[in-house]
Design a protein around this ligand. Structure first.
Ligand SMILES: [Zn+2]
Length: 43
């Protein structure tokens, strides 16, 4: 059974920032669990 790659990623639950709970979007690194703001605080 073939699984379309795009459908596979679309079926994944949205990641949320572990710190502020904001949705994480368009992250190239799939291991990231925090949003850019929390990842780069003082910028
Ligand atoms: Zn955050």
């Amino acid at each position: 059974m073939m699984i379309n790659v795009l459908e596979f990623f679309q079926s994944l639950p949205k990641r949320k920032c572990q710190k502020c709970g904001h949705d994480i979007t368009e992250q190239a690194d799939c291991y990231i669990n925090i949003c850019e703001k929390c990842d780069h605080p003082a910028r």
